[in-house]
Design a protein around this ligand. Structure first.
Ligand code: WTA
Length: 648
């Protein structure tokens, strides 16, 4: 056993009880919520829902016709009212809702609940003026600026369904999402800042829209001030429209089960899935988890570093914190701009108390060294969170000591775009944590491990499974209910299959091990291998492509592509670069493969199926696994030699 492996095992055995001072002031101090939820799960979730403001009470808490659930049936509410109006009405209009830091240093805004309320009302009127009606879809392609929250909540106010597209996605990815959602309006900006450069959002949007028939209007926010072409009649400036809009827009009473948003995520096919979330259950789930997992009080400054283009940003930058009425921090740019201590400078400057980020970021901070956080006063931090991928015990320990000063509990939260909110997590005031374990299910969530036949695994490895419906669950895949049934509910009867493998120890704690399907997790971003393969074969030089994930020190996983060129074409270095660029253009820079290996053949079974398992062995430099089912075992041995030659 290597010393690294031994250290990992030792770290996994460590136990961190919540510090007494933390527990004494925590919102949850004992295990009664788990008991309450076990005895009456629906009653427990109804207690949470009652903490929201409803325009009409629900008739039934849950209607479960597997695999379709309806929560708070018959209830009516509006998400923007819950995030804004009720706080203003309660006298908290002067409280800061968002502290915003732009990437260029010094660019800073503080926005109160009253101001955010006024802006959301205005923008809701703007959208109405552009012909957006209840149920229509609006695509939002913005940088991390307060206006992204304004646009989302304005949609919610009038009952329109937003689909936020991450600013790092390409024009083609945007086009696919606009098309699939049949969006009517795009909200974008003249650009956004990333690592000192300007991301050409409007240009990408123009390219996307040129190929989509349905877009009637484009609203353009001035962020960078760089000139962008504006098409007369179609494109309008955000500030011009806002200047002429009334600051009062009555909220639409929405059914608890009316759609709130669609968010696209990668699956095992080439086509991303439009995950549909509805209003009442989703808001209840994110409200509850934001409150208890992050133990948030009025005095807190909560910083979730995720981009709103991902579900973490939806649930824990926008809807959760605002529904709770606390102060959330939003940062526009990269963690290493202008210096690699930018995050710590922000924490110190704004007195961040609760900080939530991804393991890939933590591993980068580790590499950059402890001197950087040491330069800043991080003493206000009292709780740390992790999300997006398994956190290795070494990174956990570093986070605990170097960022948390040994005094902050860490909540390692497991969940997905599909689950809407956190599912497996410590409660920081009561749970004894172990480095690398997400611990146990949140009260009211029922999770277990099953084997392929659906038998429960008490101790050992298995597939993670959710055995009862929960309020924030996805309701379907937009436009493809059959795929919804197939992907999530066909493995076992009436049980949700998240696609993750996990192990459980005798204390009942879960250790999430990663995806068991063809979905990769690169730097906390979900990427389907099929999407990247489709992008590669779309290039005229490529005959066939196979993509696998290989372990990567910082990113968790990196992409390795095996490419067969069309007859007669030469594998060259410029072509390799061109293919990487092609993928970045088709999907976005996040999907650019780290390695491309050209090969005359790919290892296939006799029935012609590419053996990705063997490609992964090659990419990770391991001894080859079983090759007996291959049509031509020599292919894979040749590939391995070739790969090793290229690496050295
Ligand atoms: C992985 C992000 C281990 C997992 C919220 C899941 C995690 C996928 C954790 C969802 C965690 C997320 N520990 N793995 N704490 N959190 N994952 O949809 O594989 O972008 O299925 O949602 O990330 O990614 P998604």
């Amino acid at each position: 056993m290597t010393t690294d492996r031994i250290e990992t095992l030792l770290d996994e055995q460590r136990r961190f009880a919540p510090p007494a001072a933390f527990s004494a002031a925590a919102l949850v101090r004992d295990l009664t919520p788990y008991e309450r939820a076990r005895q009456d799960r629906e009653g427990y979730w109804a207690d949470w829902a009652r903490q929201l403001e409803w325009m009409r009470p629900w008739d039934r808490v849950l209607e479960w016709t597997p695999p379709h659930a309806k929560w708070f049936v018959g209830g009516k509410l509006n998400a923007s009212v819950n995030c804004l109006d009720r706080h203003v009405r309660a006298g908290n209009g002067g409280r800061t809702a968002l502290i915003w830091e732009g990437e260029p240093p010094g660019d800073e805004r503080r926005i109160t609940y009253a101001e955010l309320h006024a802006d959301v009302n205005r923008f809701a009127n703007v959208l109405k003026g552009l012909g957006v009606r209840r149920g229509d879809r609006v695509a939002i392609y913005l940088p991390m600026v307060p206006e992204v929250a304004v646009a989302m909540l304005a949609c919610a106010r009038i009952g329109a369904v937003h689909t936020v597209v991450f600013g790092g996605f390409s024009a083609e990815s945007l086009r696919d999402r606009i098309d699939d959602a049949k969006a009517k309006v795009v909200v974008t900006a003249d650009g956004g800042y990333r690592r000192g450069a300007v991301v050409p959002l409007k240009q990408n949007a123009d390219e996307a829209i040129a190929a989509t028939p349905g877009i009637e209007h484009v609203v353009v926010l001035r962020r960078t001030g760089q000139p962008v072409p504006m098409r007369a009649g179609r494109d309008r400036w955000w500030d011009d429209l806002m200047a002429g809009a009334a600051a009062d827009c009555p909220p639409e009473p929405m059914d608890a089960e009316d759609p709130l948003y669609i968010l696209y995520t990668s699956g095992t096919t080439g086509k991303p899935k439009g995950i549909l979330h509805t209003t009442g259950g989703y808001l209840t789930h994110v409200y509850a988890t934001t409150k208890w997992v992050f133990d948030l009080k009025d005095s807190d400054v909560f910083w979730c570093t995720a981009d709103v283009g991902w579900v973490t940003g939806h649930s824990y930058v926008v809807y959760g914190p605002l529904a709770l009425g606390v102060t959330a921090l939003m940062y526009e740019g990269a963690p290493d701009h202008p210096g690699k201590d930018r995050f710590w400078a922000i924490c110190a400057k704004h007195g961040v108390t609760v900080f939530y980020t991804a393991p890939t970021a933590i591993r980068a901070f580790m590499k950059w060294g402890p001197e950087l956080p040491a330069r800043h006063d991080l003493s206000r931090l009292r709780l740390l969170g992790s999300v997006g991928e398994p956190i290795n015990p070494e990174a956990w320990m570093w986070y605990h000591r170097t960022i948390g000063g040994g005094r902050c509990p860490i909540v390692d939260t497991w969940w997905q775009t599909e689950t809407g909110g956190i599912m497996i997590t410590p409660l920081p005031g009561v749970t004894t944590t172990r480095p690398g374990s997400a611990t146990i299910a949140f009260p009211g969530i029922e999770a277990t491990l099953l084997d392929g036949e659906g038998r429960e695994v008490q101790v050992g490895g298995g597939y993670l499974a959710i055995t009862s419906p929960w309020p924030g669950m996805l309701r379907t895949i937009w436009g493809d209910d059959e795929r919804y049934r197939q992907v999530y509910w066909s493995k076992w009867p009436q049980t949700y299959f998240p696609g993750d493998g996990a192990k459980r120890e005798d204390d009942g704690y879960f250790w999430i091990l990663g995806r068991v399907d063809d979905v990769l997790n690169v730097a906390g971003h979900r990427i389907g291998t099929m999407e990247v393969e489709s992008a590669l074969v779309d290039h005229p030089a490529v005959a066939e492509a196979a993509v696998v994930g290989k372990s990567h020190e910082l990113k968790g996983q990196a992409l390795a592509a095996f490419v067969t060129l069309k007859e007669g074409l030469q594998a060259t270095e410029p072509l390799r670069e061109e293919l990487k660029q092609h993928v970045a253009k088709k999907i976005g820079a996040l999907a650019r493969p780290d390695d491309i290996l050209f090969s005359a053949d790919l290892p296939k079974t006799r029935s012609g199926k590419i053996m990705r398992r063997l490609l992964k062995d090659i990419a990770e430099g391991r001894a080859l696994g079983d090759t007996t089912t291959l049509a031509d075992p020599a292919v894979v041995a040749r590939l391995k030699d070739q790969y090793e030659a290229q690496e050295s």
